[in-house]
Design a protein. Sequence first.
Length: 381
Amino acid sequence: MSLIAYPPARPETDYHLDALVKNETREVSEQRPRRTLPAEWEPQSAVQLTWPHAATDWAPMLQEVTKTYLRLAYEIATRQTLIIVTPEADAVSRLLQQQLPSKVLGHIHFVSAPTDDTWARDHGFLTLMGTGGCEFLDFRFNGWGGKFGADRDNAINRALYATGLLQGHYVDCLDFELEGGSIESDGRGTLLTTRACLLNANRNAAMSDAQREALLLARLGAQRVLWLSHGALEGDDTDAHIDTLARLCPADTIVYVKCEDATDAAHYASLGLMEQELQALRTAEGKPYRLIPVPLPAPIYDAEGQRLPVTYANFLIMNTAVLVPTYKQPTLDERAMNAIASAFPGRDIVGIDCRPLIYQHGSLHCATMQYPRGAVRAPEA
């Protein structure tokens, strides 16, 4: 294990929207070497967790959710490097020393930094690969459209980069609000996302839709965006993150959520229309995608009776495994894992009980962020 201290944050920058979009689009097309946002199934160097603590919304169920994070830490660190960001690095380190095998601990970096919450997917770096090495893009995280405070989470990336743990170039993208859970990349220049999230007025309100798309393409080294206009989960406070609905997978495959219950007024029609959109999508070569449905889990409700956004689409792809959220629904859990296995031949399919995570409206993919090969140095012995 290695312990890394938190450094001071750097001030953010001003920007001018029209010039920004124009200049960055021109740089990508004329000056910059080829840069891409890797597909998640490409080789990775590490996965990040941001650990829950008593000053977060997890306080009423901290012990329960900590057990989930211990399971995640074990499954990740047995296979590749794990980064744990926490304001309580010493305490979490001691906990893991008590709970995990010693050989697993040697694969873990601890980074000490203040945090608001735990959703590494949305406050974490988006890492591009290019001939100039890794680029760590630090986008502004605004608590999913201003719904929650995020000042500490929005400073995590600068703290992490300043430790020297990451190998590559820091890129200030704090002028643009973007969460990692809102986009999918095939690593070949295609992005998949939803209009409900990326074109929402609660993010980048000063930009037109065209400006948002142009800047997204320029920043992420992409050539096209596939937009979905339908599909959302009841109880979701992310404004329809794509990683709750449909996931790009190897061999031009999309795993997506399908509602089979015609009496489910919240989802049946909307997800049916999303399925039709996916059927109409074409690859860059003009071919239809291979579509693999996963069932919508049975409803789970919180103490106030609000339906929670349970989904099997929120899985984490790793080098040799796929971690799949499960919800103690044996038949549906098994069907989902089998479907996802068909998209990832050769990888272990590992179910993780994510019922605790769903009570804060997230799941497994939301809680994690992967880094591509070469991005993170190995832990010290």
